[in-house]
Design a protein around this ligand. Structure first.
Ligand code: ADP
Ligand code: MG
Length: 269
């Protein structure tokens, strides 16, 4: 239990095996928007590319303790969590070391539970966070499996494009496998449609298809394609801080409040 609010720490994994669908952008901006309304938030960067770390202004030289160290059982969550420029938001940065992790722990028993165990220990010890968001690499490898095994729920960014649903069914199969083997409690938190372009008829059709196929799992909020969103990372800032008024920022702020509402319903149920 969370020491201050009495609510349990919520762990949400942001995953999709496709690259470029908005996982990292969603992780950074959702984390920032949650922190902005006072939720103590931790973002764990599990992608060796480290885009979430860069996007939050953590320079390569400042990644002394990383998610690799946590997965190697060389550092605790508290030791690895680094403050960001956003109040109430910490990050566990990633480094390229993560590329070798799968080989290094391939024979180790419990290798899929490294992150779960670290977070569990943290929760029992001194929970400092209301929300933990995990940014996954674009594949269904051991890193993503660790993130799914550790999470209460999974959040799937889906780009409004033709093959969106095809990739989704493969991902949902993996979620089902993780439920059967590693984490029976893993829930689908929701699907967020990203990079929506209202001038494109196909995008509108994809929205209708995804909503009719996945129903209530799809968040009401749709993230529009917005150039300010793509500019922000080069300034090491979430777009929510870089330009709070732009449509992309406003959408991520709405998504954060939708997520808080869903969490309230889950806790009350
Ligand atoms: P992933 O983590 O799934 O690979 P990213 O979040 O890195 O995807 O997004 C891929 C690219 O698309 C990045 O260059 C990012 O800046 C850009 N992007 C993401 N969301 C938007 C958006 N809503 N509008 C415009 N560009 C976006
Ligand atoms: Mg990414």
């Amino acid at each position: 239990m969370d020491a201050i609010s009495g609510q349990p720490m919520r762990i949400i994994t942001i995953a999709n095996q496709k690259g470029g669908v908005g996982k990292t952008t969603t992780a950074i901006n959702l984390a920032t928007a949650l922190a902005a309304v006072g939720k103590r938030t931790l973002l764990i960067d599990l992608d060796p590319q480290g885009n979430a770390s860069t996007g939050l202004g953590i320079e390569k030289d400042d990644r002394d303790v990383s998610s690799y160290d946590v997965l190697m059982e060389a550092a605790s969550i508290s030791e690895a969590a680094t403050a960001t420029a956003v109040p109430s938001l910490s990050i566990i940065p990633s480094t390229l070391d993560l590329l070798g992790l799968e080989m290094e722990i391939s024979g180790a028993p419990g290798r899929a539970y490294r992150l779960r165990d670290a977070l569990h220990f943290h929760q029992v010890d001194t929970p400092l966070f209301d929300f933990v968001l995990i940014d996954c690499p674009p594949s269904l490898n051991l890193l993503t499996i660790n993130a799914m095994a550790a999470a209460d729920s999974i959040l799937v960014p889906l780009q409004c494009e033709f093959f969106a649903l095809e990739g989704l069914s493969q991902l949902l199969q993996t979620v089902e496998q993780v439920r059967d083997t590693l984490n029976p409690a893993l829930a689908l938190h929701g699907i967020v449609l990203t990079m929506y372009d209202g001038r494109n008829n196909l995008a509108a059709q994809v929205v209708r298809d995804v909503r009719s196929y996945m129903g209530e799992h799809v968040y009401d909020t749709i993230i529009p394609r917005n150039v300010r969103v793509s500019e922000a990372p080069s300034f090491g800032k979430p777009v929510v801080l870089y330009d709070m008024k732009c449509p992309g920022s406003q959408a991520y702020i709405r998504l954060a409040s939708e997520i808080i509402q869903r969490e309230r319903r889950l806790v009350a149920a």
